[in-house]
Design a protein around this ligand. Sequence first.
Ligand code: UD1
Length: 366
Amino acid sequence: MKKIISVVGARPNFMKVAPVHNALKQYPDIRHLICHTGQHYDEKMSKVFFEDLELPQPEFYLGVGSGTHAEQTARVMVEFEKVIDREHPDLVIVVGDVNSTIACSLVAAKALVPIAHVEAGLRSFDRTMPEEINRIATDAIVDLLWTPSPDGDEHLLAEGIAPEKIERVGNIMIDSFELMRPRIDAANMAMRLGREPHRYGVVTLHRPSNVDAKGPLTRIVDELIAVSSELPLVFPVHPRTRSRLAEFGLQSHLESASQIQLVEPMAYIEFMSLVVDCALAITDSGGIQEETSYLGIPCFTLRDNTERPITITEGTNRLVNAENLRGLLRSALDSRPQRPVIALWDGKTAARVASNLKRRAESGAN
Ligand code: UD1
């Protein structure tokens, strides 16, 4: 019996581990345990995702909470080391690029526990983003790198990672979407919020570069208000953004826009239902660039770069800023793009992860 511990910490991690957990259940000789670091802890940022994604209760909850990067990363390391020392897993699986990803990778690597990384190889080449540091450092020390797209393989090879450690498995986020699709299709979130399908935009914002300073956040808020006179917007507000809006005195300005509906962060099924029926998304999230590309929905990403360039070259994503958003958005309202087909974004990534693990175990690799 092999013991595998998968690490989740922040909201986007849950959708990446759920399909893996589901796929590994088919193998009676694998015991798959989930460790939740507690990086995200609010019910709306964590618990609702476990329920929606039908994830079991985590075996280990580290309860690290918020803090500076050093505090949060260090607390995860101290607590995860105890889990590793007690459990001696055969493999640790980390996902994505959050602080919990690098923290647990560092601990497992030094304890000589093999590590696999889901969503390896993504690069924005922007080291001002904490996630970029997490990606580079994680990929440098893990043993098995599961990539979502060819650019991932290329970046890893260019960084000197041995080709035999890299396996292109596809995009795991699409697995979660397909697994939950019947419930997403039945959720009717647009209707529940009083919105007409295809006649509203979805907004999400949480990147420090957009929300942590008053100037950029003010420009974005002004632009969203201007956009909303042409297209109503639904905006589930991330806790980081909510506190910055309050701090910079922008909350009431945003609330005064009658066509912007501010709502609490949503659970996975509700949120994806809202996305499925929207006319377009305005976001700085990584995952939403992928989900909208998969669905053929125009996505306007408020960033200077993306670690997911395939969503631009093959998908429906465009990088924008507060200055050019409205002009670019108008053209999207006139014509809807074809739904793209991106190789290995097919809902079968977790099955490829599981069979890759099996093959490696049989060949004695880990
Ligand atoms: C983190 C990830 C980011 C990911 C995002 C998704 C890192 C470096 N960043 O950013 O990559 O895209 O999650 O949401 O790992 N807070 C709450 N409740 C919570 C969690 C956070 O109120 O459950 C508040 C706290 O005030 C906290 C702030 O939000 O200080 C930011 O949380 P944090 O986990 O530090 O970073 P995120 O911006 O969520």
